[in-house]
Design a protein around this ligand. Structure first.
Ligand code: ZN
Ligand code: ZN
Length: 233
């Protein structure tokens, strides 16, 4: 699944040992750990990727359609996918980006095309503090795998917002309202929003709405990991 270059990079970074179990591995993960990654249910809402019977639209997307049209998620946000995502984001283990990007790219429908891939932007303050945008690092590999244009400058944070993870689920929508600004008109464009984790989808919904106001015809979410349905939904 990993490209040769990514594999060589991983071997340099991890010495040919599986990142999770330290066993011998040709890539970042050994075959066993790769096979054990938490997958999502095959039948899921096409719009938000939560499990539904027969893959029908879920009740929430029917009642309150989000601004995005579709969600593809590579994994469920559960152990050990959460370990990998957090190691990239909080410990700066950038060598995990090709693994996560490769997992996501392999989950996309064959020949998936968009005009632009937009990694969800961080605020300037968060970017300074972290030094990199994990969504952009993952997006580089998805762009290379799909041949779609990587366009991190398409939108920016217009204001700083408290991290979603620190807020109760019900406050997350309000927290991100007006958080993004599109930097150009996007008449008829198809855009994929790329992020590491999708939880309530409030951030992606707000960003998709911003792009559609700028003229985008279709906005899809490409995310590495999807959390299970919120307990209070
Ligand atoms: Zn392993
Ligand atoms: Zn749904």
């Amino acid at each position: 699944m990993l490209g040769k270059l990514a594999q060589r990079f991983a071997n340099l970074a991890f010495g040919g040992n599986c990142y999770l179990c330290r066993g011998a591995a040709a890539g970042v993960l050994c075959a066993e750990c790769d096979a054990d990654l938490p997958r999502l249910a095959a039948a899921a809402c096409p719009r938000c990727a939560l499990a539904t019977r027969d893959g029908a639209l879920c009740g929430r997307c029917l009642a309150q359609p989000p601004a995005y049209d579709e969600t593809v998620a590579a994994l469920a946000y559960a152990f050990p996918a959460d370990v990998l995502v957090q190691a990239l984001k909080f410990r700066g283990e950038l060598a995990l980006a090709p693994l996560l990007g490769g997992l996501l790219a392999s989950r996309l429908p064959r020949g998936a095309r968009v005009d632009f891939i937009l990694p969800v932007p961080l605020s300037a303050a968060r970017l300074r503090e972290r030094g990199f945008n994990q969504a952009l690092e993952i997006a580089r590999h998805v762009a290379a795998a799909t041949g779609c244009a990587l366009a991190p400058q398409l939108a920016e944070r217009s204001r700083d917002t408290p991290p979603q993870v620190e807020l109760p689920l019900v406050e997350r929508t309000r927290n991100v309202r007006g958080a993004f600004r599109c930097t150009r008109a996007l008449p008829g464009a198809e855009v994929a929003l790329l992020d590491d984790v999708m939880t309530t989808g409030a951030t992606l919904d707000e960003l998709a709405a911003t792009l559609k106001r700028a003229g985008a015809a279709r906005v899809v979410n490409w995310v590495v990991a999807r959390t299970p349905p919120p307990a209070d939904a």
